[in-house]
Write a protein that binds this ligand. Sequence first.
Ligand SMILES: [Ca+2]
Ligand SMILES: [Ca+2]
Ligand SMILES: [Ca+2]
Length: 144
Amino acid sequence: MKNIGLTCVALCLLTAPAFALDRELEELNRTVFQSVDLNRNGVLSLREVDLFRQDVMISQDYDDDGVVTAEEHLEWDMGWNHLAETRGVADLYRQARQRVFDAWDTNHDGVLDKEEQTLSQSRDFYTALITATCLSISRHLNRT
Ligand SMILES: [Ca+2]
Ligand SMILES: [Ca+2]
Ligand SMILES: [Ca+2]
């Protein structure tokens, strides 16, 4: 098995809501975030996310054929599988990850190529950025 090395933010942030937010999950998410935040400024840039994406693609492609199958995608993990199993939600977590894979597999050929990973994760990055901006504006408006 390959050394996973760095991490997964897009995947994990998409699937994390399957769990109740708690201290253990927060710590795991913080560790993942810090592994992606290469310059330690507390913000994930598109470049950092792209470097992370490349690492995830290499890490998930267990047989080095240049594409990621659903099985490879589901096998890859940074600790969320363990949390899901210990909390009895492993099936829900696996279903959520399968849905992420299906959403990213835009041509529905059953594998993720480099282009699909790049486009999907860039889209997820901007979606997260827009969501965070909207939440920030909403909080600001609620304070005033
Ligand atoms: Ca950063
Ligand atoms: Ca592969
Ligand atoms: Ca595909």
